[in-house]
Write a protein that binds this ligand. Structure first.
Ligand code: ZN
Ligand code: ZN
Ligand code: ZN
Length: 349
C-alpha cells in the first residue's frame, strides 16, 4: 500500500486529492461514508483530512488530521497545497467539496483524476487479479445455475431476481446490475428490466455483475428459449467469432482501440456493423466500469495486469440482441479469461 502512496506523479501535476470511493480504497483501503463532511487524502503530503467523528485511528505512512464541526476543512487542505500548483481530484468528489476547495485555494489549478491519470488503477497486481478471478468464478457459477431455472412464462424481473440471489449466494456483497432482456428488449444494450413475460422463441441477453470482496464481476451470455432459428444462430455465431478474435488479439503493447477494431471488423464484414452500437469493452477493478476502455481513439497500449471486459454485440431493433462478455486480464504473452463458461448458445426452457 505504501508503494501506491509513493507513486510518481506525471510531469505538470503537483498532487492528488483523493475522496471516498475507489481511489481512496486504492490508496488506503478505507471505505468511509460519502457525506457532506469532507474526507480527503492529500498527496504527496500524505495527510488524511477526516471528520473527527470518523477518525479511522492510526494509519501507517499517513498523518491523520481530524476536523470538528464548525471548523473549516477546506482551509486545512488548502494550506497543504503548493501555491499555484496543479492538482488532480477524484472523479467521484462531490461538487460541493470541489467548489469549496476552489474558493479556499483560488490560485490552484484543477484537473480530474481521469483527465490526468486515467490509468491510475488500471494495472492490477497479482492479488487483485485473483480477486477479480474469484468474482468472475462466482458470476460463472451464477450463469451455470440460471440455465436450469424456468424462463418461459416468467417475467424479466423474476429471472433478474434469481440472478441477484445467485450472485449473493456465490459471495457477492453488492449486486450492481442484472439485465434480463428478452426478445426485442435485447436490442437495447442497457435494457431496464420490466414485466415482459419471456416466451418460447425469445433470445434473452443476461448481463450481470457486482462486487465480491471489493472487486467487480461483469459477464454476459445470451440464451435462447427453445431451439433458435438458423438466422438467430447465424447472428449469434458472428458475435461469438468477434469475441473470440478480440480475445486472441490481447497481448502487451497492443492499443485498446486495436481490440475494438478486431471485434468490429468481424461484425462489419458479416454485414451487421451498424448494429454494433457500443465500445468493445471497459476496465474493471474496484468499480465495474473504469479505464482502460476498448474504444476507437484509445491509444494506450495494453500492459500485463490490466483487466477489462470484451463484450461485442449485435442489436437488431424490434427483433433481438446478442452479446457475449468475458472479463480478460493481460498476461506477459496474451490474455487470460476470468470468465470461463461455455460460449455456445445455450437453450433454456
Ligand atoms: Zn428465437
Ligand atoms: Zn456486462
Ligand atoms: Zn461490461
Amino acid at each position: 500500500m505504501n508503494a501506491r502512496l509513493d507513486r510518481p506523479l506525471p510531469a505538470g501535476l503537483d498532487g492528488l486529492l483523493v475522496t471516498p470511493g475507489p481511489d481512496l480504497v486504492y490508496f488506503t483501503g478505507l471505505r468511509p461514508p460519502v457525506t457532506e463532511r469532507l474526507t480527503m487524502l492529500v498527496l504527496p503530503a500524505r495527510v488524511l483530512v477526516v471528520p473527527a467523528l470518523e477518525h479511522p485511528g492510526e494509519l501507517p505512512g499517513l498523518e491523520v488530521v481530524p476536523w470538528r464541526d464548525g471548523e473549516d476543512p477546506y482551509a486545512v487542505v488548502a494550506a497543504l497545497l503548493e501555491p499555484g500548483g496543479r492538482y488532480a481530484i477524484s472523479d467521484s468528489a462531490w461538487a460541493m467539496h470541489v467548489i469549496a476547495l476552489q474558493e479556499a485555494a483560488p490560485r490552484t489549478r484543477w484537473t480530474s483524476m481521469t483527465g490526468s491519470l486515467p490509468m491510475l488503477r488500471a494495472v492490477k497486481d497479482a492479488a487483485e487479479v485473483e480477486l477479480l478471478a474469484a468474482a468472475g468464478a462466482a458470476a460463472d457459477a451464477t450463469y451455470e445455475q440460471i440455465l436450469s431455472v424456468r424462463f418461459a412464462g416468467r417475467t424479466e424481473v423474476q429471472v433478474a431476481a434469481d440472478l441477484a440471489r445467485l450472485l449473493r449466494e456465490h459471495g457477492h456483497e453488492q449486486v450492481d446490475f442484472t439485465i434480463v432482456a428478452a426478445g426485442p428488449n435485447g436490442a437495447d444494450p442497457h435494457h431496464d428490466i420490466g414485466d415482459r413475460v419471456i416466451r418460447e422463441g425469445d433470445m434473452v441477453v443476461l448481463d450481470f455483475g457486482g462486487l465480491k470482496d471489493g472487486y467487480g464481476s461483469d459477464t454476459t451470455r445470451t440464451v435462447h428459449v427453445g431451439a433458435p432459428t438458423p438466422y438467430e444462430q447465424r447472428v449469434f455465431d458472428v458475435v461469438r467469432a468477434a469475441q473470440q478474435a478480440a480475445f486472441e488479439a490481447v497481448r502487451p503493447g497492443v492499443a485498446g482501440q486495436e481490440i475494438d477494431r478486431v471485434a468490429r471488423d468481424i461484425i462489419e464484414d458479416a454485414g451487421f456493423g451498424e448494429f454494433f452500437i457500443h465500445r468493445t469493452g471497459h476496465g474493471i477493478g474496484l468499480t465495474t466500469h473504469e479505464p482502460p476502455y476498448l474504444v476507437r481513439g484509445e491509444e494506450q497500449p495494453l500492459v500485463p495486469g490490466m483487466c477489462f471486459s470484451i463484450e461485442p454485440g449485435i442489436y437488431l431493433p424490434g427483433r433481438f440482441g446478442v452479446r457475449i462478455e468475458d472479463i480478460v486480464t493481460v498476461t506477459g504473452t496474451g490474455g487470460r479469461r476470468l470468465n470461463t463458461t461455455d460460449h455456445a448458445l445455450a437453450v433454456v426452457s
